[in-house]
Design a protein around this ligand. Structure first.
Ligand code: MF3
Ligand code: CO
Length: 253
């Protein structure tokens, strides 16, 4: 499938989708506290998405059974919300949300510490977010896709953490997953040339220990092989001639 360059009309819809998604994250963040179940977080997320006239894109995607993903500690991504899983002080929780607005997708993820967290977990969350920003320094027309990937990996590893290899970022638009794939680790070759109007979901998944992961028996939940913590940070971005526009952050920066 070829990479789709978005028209100004499509971009303005994706800008709106991203703005709504940012609001959902901001509002959902407020309910995170020790004791709440991941199912309750999902329920609230679903409610916020629908209130804003969007559709939760993950629900039923390849039979995924919930509206958002809520992954705790050694769970990297795609953990299915459950009434049995509650937040505890010291946890790292990764919330991944996708919305469809007017036929267009936006996808973003954030990791948070619950209550008081240890220094190393705090550093994991911070380095994961910073690695996204290191990557997108290269995300502009004329550069190559894998320049982003290499910058993310270098930054993460310089800081003593590892990047997950089994999952990657992706193009996004009328589908949740479009071409191209956006790896968070080095590739042979620089990859395709970036062009204005490309929209990408860049999403480093960073582990405190080994980069290797398992998939649990529910066929969704990705966990670290060594049981160490993991964090995730994702935004939907627009490639321009200059700095990328961060569509899923209000204010675009
Ligand atoms: N941000 C994730 C991704 O891009 C979310 C997908 S979860 C799923 O793959 F349930 F929809 F698969
Ligand atoms: Co994504």
């Amino acid at each position: 499938m070829a990479v789709k360059i978005k028209s100004p009309r499509e971009i303005s819809i994706m800008r709106e989708a991203g703005k709504i998604l940012a609001e959902v994250h901001d509002q959902l963040k407020d309910i995170l506290a020790p004791g709440i179940s991941t199912w309750e977080i999902n329920r609230k997320g679903d409610e916020l998405i629908r209130k804003k006239k969007c559709i939760p894109s993950f629900l039923n995607y390849n039979d995924y059974p919930a509206s958002i993903c809520v992954s705790l500690n050694d769970e990297v991504v795609h953990a299915i919300p459950s009434k049995k899983h509650r937040l505890f002080e010291g946890d790292v929780v990764s919330i991944d949300i996708g919305v469809i607005y007017n036929g267009y997708h936006s996808d973003s993820a954030r990791s948070y510490g619950i209550g008081k967290i240890d220094k190393e977990t705090e550093r994991l969350i911070r380095i994961t977010k910073e690695s996204f920003y290191k990557g997108i320094e290269h995300a502009r027309a004329g550069n190559h896709l894998h320049d982003i990937s290499a910058a993310i990996q270098d930054y993460v590893e310089e800081n003593g953490f590892s990047v997950v290899r089994d999952l990657v970022g992706h193009g996004i638009g009328q589908s949740l997953h479009e071409d191209p794939q956006v790896p968070n680790f080095k590739q042979t070759g620089r990859g395709m040339k970036l062009r204005p109007g490309m929209t990408l979901a860049v999403e480093p998944m960073v582990n405190a220990g080994t980069w290797e992961v398992w998939i649990l028996e529910d066929d969704w939940t990705v966990v670290t092989k060594d049981g160490a913590n993991s964090a995730h940070y994702e935004n939907t971005i627009l490639i321009t001639e200059g700095e990328p526009e961060l569509l899923s952050i209000n204010g675009g920066k």
